[in-house]
Design a binder for this molecule. Structure first.
Ligand code: AGP
Length: 607
């Protein structure tokens, strides 16, 4: 998952490219580089590490030119070095690439037999060398690009720039998203509309297999069979205020604080003003037509599905299977008749989730997605795409997207329960009224930040942390562990409380904090028993509960965090906040990079 941009402008390209790359850094930040055509000559600058290093380099070694391409990298093949940084160049060809060329070794062997030498370990260099080879065979840049693209297997978004051609970009999309931005006598290419938002809101999304010949005043789009095709120009409103930090130190802090607002917007979007009905777009879902739901996702989105499983099964009485996409897509499970397949993805571009969706096409009776990017590949390949309306999420650790995913899936669950006659209209109205109280409760939870910060300073000293939860709080234990490990780098595991005595209790000693996420619900007493087992062995328990729970079971614990009292059913949505804030403040205490943790990227568009 890398970010790519291209500019054919009437201003210097370098600053535009760097600004666009800043908006794509969430896709990877191992290295960055740009190339421009300056007086007809192709030249480039590349730097290891974050974009700021490239910016510094450009101050000392400026790069002129009004046509250019740029790239921010999450390394797939080859270590993050300057030599492996994009743009890659071979003769008169420069290229930036997001994705993986799966047949690059075969192509390298073919070119090695022709005496072509390689300078890097990357699959991307192969693309540049192949295009260069075709040019040496007498093909034009356009035809050389076309022939090269046709030889590539795997997932990629590409943008080519050619020596001597300062009014030509060739862009291509197969498996990784790519957009074209239409300016006034200028044209732009980018991995997403966010990257181009400063230059234009007129966006054309390339479809699978499309490639495009771009000049300042024209865009010719051709499909995989090389037929010219038309793709619409859409006006895409990126709320740029939501792409800035809004006074917060980190995007993650801003996005945690936005949750009450964006959750409220999601609720208003799906629930009628009088609070009696749930509205789904485009004809909605007739839940009487399904005997089961298969949910597939990755990471935090997967944990949202695990949480929703408890809801759908307990309230709507609908069996739910939940799978991580990377396993589902290769296990190739049978999809019985009357199956609804549901895919959850903040970015809507996660390669494994998209592949799992494609596996279900033609097998499941209906494909529904719950996404934060309505124009994304997963949304566009669904029968029905349900937006979560969380707004742009930049922090690599997913926060507001998670609670908005849960909100939308809670609404879906209630719709299913009502449609299937499992709850009356009165109960529905009561549950919707309860759901409507969540944004206010999240605000109260967010206000416990200072208490969480104090506890986090102690948590930051741990090498290992265990998170425990029961029922629908078990996926929240997994989410708490994922949040902590991905931004503080502390090893953390989530476990079902009842599983503790089946092995993990062997880990318990005074060095390992055990975070128990337990609202005072019907399973609370069971969890307290597990807590006692931990404390009886010298374990340090951090109990996260409501006032009643703390009063009953807080004595003797290492630390406690008190959350507002919340209806049992929707407690997982509220308890996401302490999980997020615990991870955030612990990472701050450890001095790690909260918004761009090492080795990670926001959108995993490669498998
Ligand atoms: C969440 O904090 C992680 N950054 C990661 O697990 C993420 O949830 C996962 O990669 C799925 O991304 P998606 O929702 O965009 O598909």
């Amino acid at each position: 998952m890398c970010g790519i941009v291209g500019v054919l402008g009437d201003h210097e390209a370098a600053p535009i490219l760097v600004e666009a790359l800043k908006r794509l850094e969430y896709r990877g930040y191992d290295s960055a580089g740009i190339a421009t055509i300056n007086n007809g000559i192709l030249d480039r600058r590349r730097a290891v590490g974050k974009l700021v290093n490239l910016s510094d380099l450009l101050v000392h070694e400026p790069l002129a030119g009004k046509a250019g391409i740029g790239h921010t990298r999450w390394a797939t093949h080859g270590a993050p070095t300057v030599g492996n940084a994009h743009p890659h160049k071979a003769g008169p060809v420069a290229v930036v690439h997001n994705g993986i060329v799966e047949n690059f070794r075969e192509l390298r062997a073919e070119m090695a037999q022709k005496g072509i030498e390689f300078q890097t370990e990357t699959d991307t260099e192969t693309i540049a060398l192949l295009a260069h080879h075709y040019i040496t065979q007498g093909l034009s840049p356009r035809d050389a690009a076309r022939e090269t693209i046709a030889r590539l297997e795997g997932a990629f978004a590409l943008c080519f720039l050619f020596d001597g051609e300062d009014d030509l970009l060739i862009a291509a999309r197969k498996g990784s998203p790519l957009a074209i931005g239409h300016g006034e006598g200028e044209m732009f290419v980018g991995s997403d509309a966010i990257a181009l938002a400063l230059m234009t809101d007129k966006i054309t999304y390339l479809e699978e297999g499309d490639w495009a010949i771009v000049t300042r005043n024209s865009v010719e789009i051709r499909d995989a069979e090389d037929h010219q095709v038309h793709r619409p120009i859409k006006t895409v409103n990126i709320d740029s205020t939501r792409v800035e930090k809004g006074g917060h130190k980190h995007y993650m802090a801003k996005e945690i604080s936005e949750q009450p607002t964006v959750m409220g917007e999601a609720i208003e979007h799906y629930i009628t003003a009088d609070g009696t009905e749930i509205i789904l777009p485009d004809g909605g879902i007739d839940f009487t037509k399904f005997d089961r739901i298969t949910m597939v996702a990755c990471g935090t989105a997967y944990l949202a599905c695990l949480t929703a499983k408890y809801w759908f099964e307990q309230v709507a009485r609908l069996p739910v299977e939940v799978d991580v996409a990377s396993e589902f897509r290769y296990r190739e499970p049978p999809i019985p008749a009357r199956t609804l397949a549901l895919f959850v993805s903040q970015s809507g571009e996660t390669a494994d989730t998209l592949a799992a969706l494609r596996y279900c096409q033609g097998k499941a009776d209906m494909i529904v997605s719950v996404v934060n990017v309505p124009e994304s590949s997963i949304a566009r390949e669904s029968d029905l795409a349900l937006p979560i309306l969380a707004g742009t999420e930049i922090g690599v650790a997913s926060t507001k997207a998670f609670t908005c995913q849960l909100t939308v899936m809670a609404s879906l669950m209630l719709k299913a329960a009502q449609t299937r006659g499992e709850i009356s209209n009165d109960v529905l109205a009561k549950q919707l009224a309860t759901l409507r109280t969540l944004p206010g409760l999240l605000s109260l939870a967010i206000n416990t930040g200072p208490e969480v910060k104090a506890v986090s300073r102690k948590l930051a000293e741990a090498q290992d942390v265990l998170f425990l939860g029961r029922g629908a709080m078990f996926p929240l234990a997994l989410e708490g562990a994922l949040k902590l490990k991905e931004i503080s780098y502390i090893h953390a595991e989530g476990y079902a409380s009842g599983e503790l005595k089946h092995g993990p209790i062997a880990l318990i000693d005074k060095m390992m904090p055990v975070v128990v996420m337990a609202p005072r619900d019907t399973l609370f007493d069971k969890t307290v028993s597990n807590m006692q087992e931990v404390m009886a062995r010298g374990g340090k328990v951090l109990l996260i509960s409501d006032a009643q729970g703390i009063k009953e079971a807080g004595e003797g614990t290492w630390e406690t965090l008190t959350m507002p009292q919340v209806d049992d059913l929707f407690a997982p949505i509220l308890y996401a906040v302490p999980a997020q804030m615990l991870a955030y403040h612990t990472a701050i205490a450890k001095g790690t990079d909260v918004d761009q943790p090492r080795n990670l990227a926001k959108s995993v568009t490669v498998e």
